[in-house]
Design a protein around this ligand. Structure first.
Ligand SMILES: [Zn+2]
Length: 174
């Protein structure tokens, strides 16, 4: 089952959410190249929020007209077309596994196999990321299994100023 899903999930485009977890790290590194001093962990994407003295969380934007939730800022709702009705919301750190794909071949230097997952968060929001702390074997991974969002160092990557990155991952819910 997972093998059949592999290609589909890799090219998955769920409405407005299209995120490739391998490449956004590279993009962020380029963006940060102009900084001159290390400022501590940086969010790997702009919708990972790290409040001072608080726990990281994922931020979504919810349409006040129709309730649709998106990742990333936008002025217009792509579901109902309303303009300037979007508000930032904190997304849940719990959800259910909607789909997954076990990746056996990736970019050079990326350790494989790993589990690429699409998760529906409680209360809304669909997010793609890697499922960790589970054996990458389809026998162990079930659709709709409960998962939680965890925030960790982004595999040791740093920008040229020495800033590390905080990324999000999914793991089986405790
Ligand atoms: Zn809307």
């Amino acid at each position: 089952m997972a093998a059949r899903l592999s290609l589909a999930a890799a090219e998955l485009n769920i409405g407005p959410i299209r995120v490739y977890s391998c490449c956004f790290i590279v993009c962020t590194e380029v963006d940060m190249a102009e900084q001159t001093e290390a400022k501590g962990p940086l969010p790997v994407v702009d919708w990972v929020k790290i409040p001072e003295g608080g726990e990281p969380y994922l931020e979504g934007h919810k349409c006040k007209a129709c309730g649709a939730i998106f990742l990333g800022e936008r002025n217009v709702c792509s579901k109902c077309g309303s303009r300037d009705r979007m508000e930032a919301i904190k997304l849940s750190n719990k959800g259910k596994l909607y789909s997954f794909s076990i990746v056996h071949r990736s970019f050079p230097g990326i350790e494989v196999p790993y589990v690429s997952a699409v998760v529906d968060l409680e209360g809304g929001g669909t997010v793609k990321g890697n499922l960790i702390n589970i054996d990458p074997d389809p026998a162990n991974i079930k659709f709709d299994m409960p998962v939680e969002v965890v925030f960790k160092d982004a595999l040791g990557r740093k920008d040229r100023d020495g800033n590390s990155y905080i990324s999000y991952f999914f793991q089986p819910a405790a």
